[in-house]
Design a protein around this ligand. Structure first.
Ligand SMILES: [Zn+2]
Length: 355
C-alpha cells in the first residue's frame, strides 16, 4: 500500500473512532463508514463497533466493481466474509448503500438530532429550512440492504452532487471526497439540526430503590429516566417503534407501570427496561452495553421531539421484516463485539443540559 493510501486508511480509522465514541452520533454497533480506494471499498464490517476502530480490525475490503455488479443484478452484497488478520469479518446490510454512492468517503451515523427530525411526518419541510444551501435529500423509510441502495440510487440519479442523505426513521449519511471534508460537513449538519433536549423532573430515587430486586437496577443515565418522568417522551415511546434499532436491540413494545407498582409485579417482565410513570426507569440487573447504548440513544431522541410533532412510526409489517431470523445473528455479533465496552459514560449521562 502506498504512503498516501495508508494515510487515507489512517484518516478513516481516526474519524470512525471519533464518531463512534460520541453517544449523540453512534450507539453500540450502529453507524458505518467507508472509503473507496484504488477499486476497493473499505467498509465497517457487520456487527463491529466504530468506537473500536483503533483497537480492533473493523474494516473489510471488498472489490467495488464486483459489489456494484452484484447490486445491478439484484444480489445483496451483504454477508460476504473476508479473513482480516485473525478475524473473519462479514459485509453488513448497509454495504449496498455505501457502494452505490459515488463519493469516496461515506459516513453513516445514527445521529440523535437527525433521527428526532427523521421520525417526523413534517421532517422534509423542517429540514429544508435548516439545511438550506447544503445539497441534501430525504429518503423515505425502506429496509436497509438492496431496497435502501435502490432508493438512494434513484434519489441522486439526477443530482449526483448530493452529499447529505436523511434516511427517514433511520439516520444520517454524509459524503465527501476525503474524511476531513466529510466530517466537517457532518459537524455542520449536526449543528444545524440540533434541538435542545426537553427538561424532565428528578426521578423518584427512593421509590426506584424499593423496586430494585434481583432482576432490576437503576441506570445512571438521566435521559433514560426522562423516558418515564417526562410525559411527552413516555407517550411517544409507548406509541410504537420509531426506528429499527429500537425493535432489534430493545423491544417492540415499551412496558409501562403506574407509580404504585409493587416489586412483585415486575418479576415476570422480559423486557430490558421498564418505565415507572412519573418515577423513573429500571433496567435489567445484568449490564448489557449494547442495550444500554441503544436505550440511552432512544431516550436522547425522545427528549428532542417536540410535544406536537406529527410522528411516523414503523408499520407492523416493517417491524416484522426487521425481526427475521438473521437479525438474531446480527444482534449476537454486535453484543459479542461490545463485551467490555463501557455502557454509558457517566459524564455525558449526567450532563446538566440533559436533565
Ligand atoms: Zn444505519
Amino acid at each position: 500500500m502506498s504512503v498516501s493510501a495508508a494515510s487515507e486508511i489512517d484518516s478513516l480509522l481516526d474519524v470512525s473512532a471519533r464518531l463512534g465514541s460520541e453517544q449523540l452520533l453512534v450507539q453500540a454497533g450502529t453507524g458505518n463508514t467507508s472509503l473507496k480506494l484504488n477499486g476497493v471499498l473499505w467498509i465497517k464490517a457487520s456487527g463491529t463497533w466504530l468506537a473500536h476502530a483503533r483497537r480492533d480490525e473493523i474494516f473489510i475490503p471488498v472489490n467495488l466493481q464486483e459489489t456494484r455488479n452484484r447490486i445491478d443484478r439484484g444480489v445483496d452484497p451483504a454477508g460476504q466474509t473476508v479473513q482480516v488478520g485473525a478475524k473473519e469479518l462479514g459485509t453488513s446490510v448497509e454495504t449496498a448503500m455505501h457502494a452505490v454512492l459515488p463519493h469516496r468517503v461515506v459516513l453513516h451515523v445514527h445521529s440523535v438530532a437527525t433521527i428526532a427530525w427523521a421520525v417526523r411526518e413534517d421532517g422534509p419541510f423542517g429540514l429544508a429550512r435548516l439545511l438550506d444551501g447544503i445539497p441534501w435529500k430525504w429518503i423515505p423509510y425502506v429496509a436497509s440492504g438492496l431496497p435502501l441502495a435502490h432508493a438512494v440510487q434513484s434519489a441522486i440519479r439526477n443530482q449526483p452532487e448530493t452529499k447529505v442523505l436523511v434516511l427517514a426513521n433511520h439516520g444520517l449519511v454524509v459524503c465527501g471526497e476525503d474524511c476531513g471534508s466529510a466530517e466537517l460537513l457532518l459537524r455542520e449538519v449536526e449543528q444545524r439540526v440540533a434541538t435542545p433536549p426537553r427538561r424532565a423532573m428528578e426521578p423518584g430515587w427512593a421509590q426506584l430503590a424499593r423496586l430494585t430486586e434481583a432482576a432490576w437496577r437503576i441506570p445512571p443515565s438521566m435521559p433514560i429516566h426522562a423516558m418515564s418522568t417526562d410525559p411527552v417522551s413516555r407517550r411517544i415511546v409507548c406509541g410504537g417503534i420509531l426506528y429499527p434499532c429500537q425493535a432489534i436491540f430493545l423491544t417492540v413494545q415499551a412496558r409501562r407501570f403506574g407509580p404504585d407498582v409493587l416489586p412483585g409485579e415486575l418479576s415476570g417482565v422480559d423486557e430490558p427496561f421498564v418505565l415507572i410513570e412519573g418515577v423513573g426507569t429500571l433496567v435489567r440487573q445484568k449490564p448489557n452495553p449494547t442495550e444500554s447504548a441503544t436505550l440511552a440513544g432512544l431516550a436522547l431522541v425522545l427528549q428532542r421531539i417536540p410535544e406536537n410533532a406529527p410522528l411516523r412510526y414503523l408499520r407492523h409489517d416493517q417491524v416484522g421484516d426487521l425481526l427475521c431470523a438473521d437479525v438474531y445473528h446480527y444482534r449476537e455479533r454486535v453484543e459479542d463485539n461490545g463485551a467490555g465496552h463501557l455502557a454509558v459514560r457517566p459524564e455525558l449521562s449526567l450532563a446538566p443540559s440533559e436533565r
